[in-house]
Design a protein around this ligand. Sequence first.
Ligand code: ZN
Length: 313
Amino acid sequence: MEEPIFLEPVFKNYIWGGDKIKTYLKKESPYDITAESWEISTNKDGQSVIKNGEMNGKTLSELFNKKEMRKNIFGIKTETLSEFPLLIKFIDARDNLSIQVHPNDEYAKKIENSNGKTEMWYIVDCEKDAKIICGLNKKLTKEELAKIINENKIESYLNQIKVKKGDFIYIPAGTIHAIMKGCLICEIQQNSNITYRVYDWNRIGKDGKPRELHKEKAIDVIDLNKISEIFNTSYKNETLINSEFFKVEKIVGDVNERSNIECFYAMNVVKGEGKLITHNKEYKLKLGDSFIIPANLGEYKINGNIELLKTYI
Ligand code: ZN
């Protein structure tokens, strides 16, 4: 099967979501309020479904678990993995997300029987003066941090950073963080859904009660030294992130590339439109589309006034 794999997303209607996934990304969410669109996912909490070619209708997870196809489609590097390594989403924050932290692999394996979660955000669009929270704004001891969190006073100890379209930020596991209102983000992360909420702005959930917090575990895993830097992508076709968990490049049309037998490429269109051409076939691409370049695809071109994130391990 030498063809790109296009994916149908899974939508989530968390209370802080908005309408940009429908209006800006032009996706057909069934919800009035859409917080997230899980674009490339084999996670049990929301699985991407293939919408083209021979595998039409199957989940990405089914494909990944076919031993005889793993190497050809997902690449040599994935052969020894017990699960698909990535989870990629679009996130529309009409309101602030909770102040949260994710555990690293070591803690998550021991306590949650799951992977940890390191993530990266790419600002697809945002309102003027939009901000994000990343890291603590002063040096604290664990005891001080525990006291502040338990007294619900964390808000004044957080590093708030202004963002603009095209910025990206790397959030290693253990970094306290929050996406703030007015940001439309493409989030690339390890395949995990473990979140410890520290503070939820005294907000009431859909059931009329405050959402659950996980202060004790959060205090365990918050790294007191983590403050992330923000970067802007003003160059073409550059590497944004090169970490042990994932690598992310930005592609700006037009490019001629080759697939990589070591690993598939997860592609997310973050601006504009264009087309993908491979094996004499054309596929239309537009903002919000997500697809996979299989390891054995061969040569392909991406043309148009278009920008994509290309992620691999
Ligand atoms: Zn997070």
